[in-house]
Design a protein around this ligand. Structure first.
Ligand SMILES: Nc1ncnc2c1ncn2[C@@H]1O[C@H](COP(=O)(O)OP(=O)(O)O)[C@@H](O)[C@H]1O
Ligand SMILES: [Mg+2]
Length: 263
């Protein structure tokens, strides 16, 4: 059973988000709340505008209209680095794993927010730099353990299975210490057993490592089992919003998306 443990003010609010590319309205007046402790699914057919919403929230695109509030503060139009620094961290639909690096090294790269140091510090590391370096290595090892990848710690990423790669992608995002973790199709290519395991890992993360998760995903088994609430998009617009049970029995959603996704 999904346990709704949400409370208080939304940690993230999207209000009237719009994005136009040339003549195409990719996102039209999208509003939703992400509550602390919540896993919120964003679903819909290809081209519905889900990734564009991610780009608007994380500062990769500036909205044509509308606002994003994070912890009550207007963060609309802030640069991606600033957004990430404040605790909103996203994964990409296309992998950002460096295949030639080991699992450990990939997770180290995810610590860029805390591990930035000057050139001087690189060549003449003083005590505080050595301390940061140790903290970063310890953090990487701990994240790898959380994701169940300890056995593969020193393996080059190109040796990983598809399932392990998907877990590593989340591990790299976790290294930036998100409060809100945003995952864009993180279970792509997984079989149903792997997807189920992945969902279990996400629920554990929400309890122990991140406050809230916003997930774009086409695997409906995973979405329905893992999400507390779901927002459905179609042609840039919000088509429906509700619990998995409400979404699964919504006729408009079935016609626009679920009928096809289940096929
Ligand atoms: N950078 C861009 N330039 C022009 N059109 C874009 C751009 N990004 C997305 N689009 C268009 O916006 C629409 C929504 O795309 P997207 O957000 O990627 O959908 P989804 O993630 O739901 O599959 C599509 O029609 C897509 O072609
Ligand atoms: Mg997409």
């Amino acid at each position: 059973m999904n346990q709704l443990r949400t409370s208080g003010e939304p940690i993230l609010k999207a209000r009237g988000l719009c994005k136009t590319f040339g003549g195409i309205k990719a996102v039209k007046d999208i509003s939703f709340d992400l509550m602390p402790g919540e896993i919120l699914g964003l679903i819909g057919p290809n081209g519905a505008g889900k990734t564009t919403c991610f780009n608007l929230i994380t500062g990769f695109y500036e909205p044509s209209a509308g606002s994003v509030f994070y912890q009550g503060k207007d963060v609309t139009g802030q640069k991606p680095f600033t957004v990430a620094q404040q605790g909103i961290v996203r994964s990409f639909q296309k992998t950002n794993i460096l295949k030639g690096l080991s699992v450990f090294e990939n997770v180290l790269t995810g610590h860029y927010l805390e591990a930035r140091q000057s050139l001087f510090d690189t060549f003449f590391p003083r005590a505080h730099v050595r301390k940061t370096e140790k903290a970063v290595r310890d953090s990487a090892a701990s994240i790898i353990e959380t994701m169940g990848l300890s056995r593969r710690m020193n393996a080059p990423a190109y040796l990983l299975s598809c399932g392990e790669l998907r877990l590593l992608e989340v591990a790299v995002a976790l290294a930036a210490k998100p409060k809100v973790l945003m995952l864009d199709e993180p279970a792509a290519g997984l079989n149903s057993q792997e997807a189920q395991n992945f969902g279990t890992v996400l629920k554990q993360l929400r309890q122990e490592h991140v406050q809230s998760i916003l997930i774009v995903e086409h695997n409906m088994g995973l979405v329905m089992k893992t999400c507390d609430r779901i927002v459905v998009m179609n042609f840039g617009e919000k088509l429906a919003e509700g619990t998995p049970a409400e979404i699964q029995s919504n006729r408009q959603v079935i016609e626009a998306y679920l009928g096809k996704a289940a096929a």
